[in-house]
Design a protein around this ligand. Structure first.
Ligand code: FES
Length: 322
């Protein structure tokens, strides 16, 4: 006999323009624990409520259509089994993806996602100085291809975009998927617009990233967008220098820890904002200093600072050796 578990689903329902507000509808039945959430939703639609709207196609983690928020995490419904979710949460709450408006129930309007993707010019811009030889095999070396071997795995499901708090806070931030794709073209030796791409995406386009790595946790294909954004930041500094608050903050943070092993928050703020920026923030700075007067003093050097500096040296050696 097939083992089953009793499953409770709470599914987001909303039709803009028809419903006055979203609601959750509960559905309960017994299913084998390895059942994918997508199969459970299809059962609801086939046997209980044919009006439930969702997007799906391959049912095999290939097409990227079925991304949704399951128990607060953005992921593929066809890749998420109900057993572990019920064991952990006792029920399965299903919402549409975030950072995109709801079209109906679990379907979102993906225009913002694809608009952000288009912004990075997601195609090779050939370098006229290095024309590709006609009829020749791929002119890249395996090492060059290795620099972006993860990004072609992306299936554009949008789970990273949905999971991204920076996108939620700043609609101008292009989101993890677009930046991972941008990285792919920036490091492609056949692309002739590397510098223009890096300049175009700034300011704000890169540095709004909070380094929370939620995009990497959400990605079903291990593209690791947050790591690609980190790489892009380094490339942007190399192309443009330390010219904006985001890059100044990153470089000052690194120097700051090297100096004392502890963050000198007052100095970090001054280095990040510059003289004019610091002056503009003076009222807020005064409020903070009243609560934390110790910020006016430099922190003492920590014991074991030499060990911290060794880590820096090891990382720099690693970078030099490629
Ligand atoms: S249905 Fe294609 S990825 Fe889930």
């Amino acid at each position: 006999m097939v083992e089953t578990v009793h499953a409770t689903f709470q599914v987001y329902r909303f039709t803009p323009g028809v419903d006055s507000s979203p609601r959750y509808v509960s559905y309960e039945f017994d299913l084998p624990p390895h059942t994918p959430v997508l199969s459970a939703l299809l059962k609801i639609r086939q046997e209980i409520d044919p009006t439930l709207a969702m997007r799906y196609s391959c049912r095999s983690s290939i097409c990227g259509s079925c991304a949704m928020v399951i128990n607060s995490k953005s992921r593929l419904a066809c890749q998420t089994q109900i057993g572990p979710e019920l064991a952990r949460h006792g029920r399965i709450v299903i919402d549409p993806m975030r950072n995109q408006p709801v079209a109906r129930d679990l379907i979102v309007d993906q225009k913002p996602f694809w608009h952000d993707y288009e912004r990075i010019d997601p195609h090779l811009i050939a370098d006229p100085a290095h024309p590709m030889p006609e009829g020749q095999p791929n002119p890249m070396t395996p090492e060059q291809v290795d620099r972006f071997y993860e990004t072609p795995r992306c299936i554009a499901c949008g789970a990273c975009y949905s999971a991204c708090p920076a996108k939620e806070a700043d609609p101008e931030f292009p989101g993890p998927m677009a930046l991972a794709k941008l990285y792919r073209f920036v490091v492609d030796p056949r692309d002739g617009a590397t510098r223009e791409r890096l300049l175009k995406i700034q300011p704000g386009g890169l540095w709004t990233c909070l380094r929370c790595h939620l995009c990497t946790a959400a990605c079903p294909k291990d593209v690791r967008p947050s790591e690609r954004i980190r790489d892009l930041k380094e490339l942007a500094i190399a192309a443009q220098g330390v010219t904006e608050a985001g890059s100044r903050h990153a470089v000052a943070f690194k120097e700051n820890i090297y100096e004392r092993g502890l963050l000198n928050e007052g100095k970090l703020a001054r280095q990040t904002l510059g003289l004019a920026g610091t002056a503009a923030q003076l009222p807020q700075a005064m409020r903070i200093l009243r609560k934390k007067p110790e910020l006016l003093k430099s922190p003492p050097k920590i014991e074991g600072l030499a060990e911290v500096r060794k880590i820096y040296e090891m990382l720099e050696d690693e970078e030099r050796s490629g």
